[in-house]
Design a protein around this ligand. Structure first.
Ligand code: UD1
Length: 419
């Protein structure tokens, strides 16, 4: 098990650089398999989700070179191989191999994906969409097999604008003859980044980033290149850390257009930040105005920032609330923030109230999932003394060089491997 150990109470000052988006790269890497020879992906974050997917590509006989954030993947000798649970269960996004291999080979056999434990995470929309494109699906225990004689373009209406289903079906539809429309598509910025890569590889896609995406399939894939967009969740996490502990902390390389819902909340709180192009400088305040935040689909407030935000809302003068509408079990951080002396009540499965202002105390806590872990890191940075965060693997799945980056702005932080 990995532990993150933080001696908190030290101001965060200086400059921190934002990495490429986890939620883009976890689709861009599988999509590379569509190219006949080579692809290049730039600005690839060195996180454990990246290395897990690269292991899967190596199993499929890709040759990989990953240096200085640039990933070159040689796909000339790809073999469509069964992907075992030891690999597929490391992250939920391994399901993008389904859409990709279905598009390229019309055949996929793999174990079901894993991922953060944040409640029911069905993939019915992915599977229903694959079926309506013409695939037959069989499942045995934890294995899934998708096959199609022909994939044929169709109209797909998503019940909810699922990020994963939108991406997976967009990928699969590039391998179908005829036209596919995805209605009620997710609009997250990562979807446009992924569509741009597919287009670069030869696909004909319009409407990515809107709620209707049109794919004219039967793609003749060629080689291509893409640059991963900045990680808006990592950006938001460090901005929020700055709201709690920043002293002229500058966050470099954000895309402010993708963070408008966070800025709205920060403005309502009365946060002290200045935007300068793609950089943001923030200095903490001792207290903030309370806010009521509801997570929802993009461009609404991202569910992935609700947990980091809840640590900062402990500084509000009064009661703030967070209502979670996407995931049903995203409160794993709450008992540990309370252990660290936050005053938070769980009002229902979806809603918490945070009573402030309170001050964090150092304790031993545990990251129940990736973003819960991020909220504990933020709390630990503010808590004088040493806080130990167990199960830190979750955090390392999604934050590139978090120890180096936070050390670079003055934090006392280390990762330890323990038995
Ligand atoms: C992605 C993000 C994750 C973020 C989430 C919501 C990646 C790798 N992960 O996850 O960080 O928290 O979007 O913004 O991009 N649903 C179904 N059936 C399905 C698929 C989804 O009912 O087949 C439901 C889910 O239970 C959930 C909602 O749709 O309630 C949104 O899920 P979805 O957008 O698919 O999330 P992910 O793509 O898994």
């Amino acid at each position: 098990m990995k532990q993150i150990v933080i001696e908190g109470g030290i101001p965060l000052t200086g400059e921190i650089q934002i990495s490429g988006a986890k939620n883009s790269v976890v689709a861009l890497i599988p999509i590379a398999l569509l190219s006949p020879h080579n692809v290049t992906i730039n600005n690839v974050p060195d996180i454990s989700d990246t290395s897990s997917l690269l292991e899967m590509l190596k199993l499929l006989n890709c040759h990989i070179n990953y240096e200085n954030e640039t990933l070159s993947i040689d796909t000339s000798n790809v073999k469509n191989t069964f992907i075992p649970g030891t690999l597929s269960k490391r992250l939920r996004a391994s399901y993008y191999l389904m859409g990709t291999l279905l598009a390229k080979y019309h055949y996929v056999e793999m174990c079901i994906p894993g991922g953060c434990n944040i409640g029911l995470r069905p993939i019915d929309l992915h599977l229903d969409g694959f079926k309506s494109l013409g695939a037959t699906i069989t499942t045995t225990e934890d294995k899934i097999c998708l096959k199609a004689d022909n994939l044929i373009g169709t109209d797909i209406h998503l019940r909810v604008p699922s990020v994963g289903a939108t991406i997976n079906l967009m990928i699969a539809a590039t391998g179908a003859t005829g036209t596919t429309h995805i209605y009620n598509a997710a609009k997250e910025p990562e979807i446009s980044n992924i569509a741009d890569f597919l287009i670069n590889l030869g696909a004909n896609i319009t409407g990515a980033g809107t709620d209707t995406i049109t794919i004219n399939g039967a793609t003749n894939y060629h080689d291509g290149e893409i640059t991963v967009i900045p990680d808006r969740i990592e950006s938001g996490t460090y901005i929020l850390a700055g709201a709690l502990m920043g002293e002229n902390l500058t966050i470099f390389g954000i895309n402010p257009d993708n963070l408008t819902s966070l800025f709205e909340v920060l403005n309502n709180m009365g946060a002290n930040y200045q935007l300068n192009g793609n950089n943001l400088t923030i200095t903490k305040k001792d207290t903030y105005h309370p806010v009521n935040v509801t997570t929802t689909y993009y461009p609404g407030f991202p569910t992935d920032l609700a947990q980091p935000l809840s640590a900062v809302l402990t500084k509000c003068n009064g009661t703030s609330t967070i209502t979670e509408t996407i995931w049903e079990n995203r409160l794993g951080h709450v008992p540990y923030l309370v252990k660290m002396h936050a005053n938070i009540s769980i009002d229902s499965k979806e809603k918490i109230s945070i009573y402030g202002p309170t001050t964090f105390l150092n304790k031993e806590v545990e990251a129940s999932d990736l973003r819960a872990g991020a909220s504990l890191v933020i709390a630990a940075l503010a808590a004088p003394g040493i806080t130990t965060i167990n199960a830190a693997e979750h955090i390392l799945r999604g934050y590139e060089n978090i120890v180096e980056k936070l050390s670079g702005i003055g934090a006392k932080i280390e990762v330890k491997e323990i038995e």
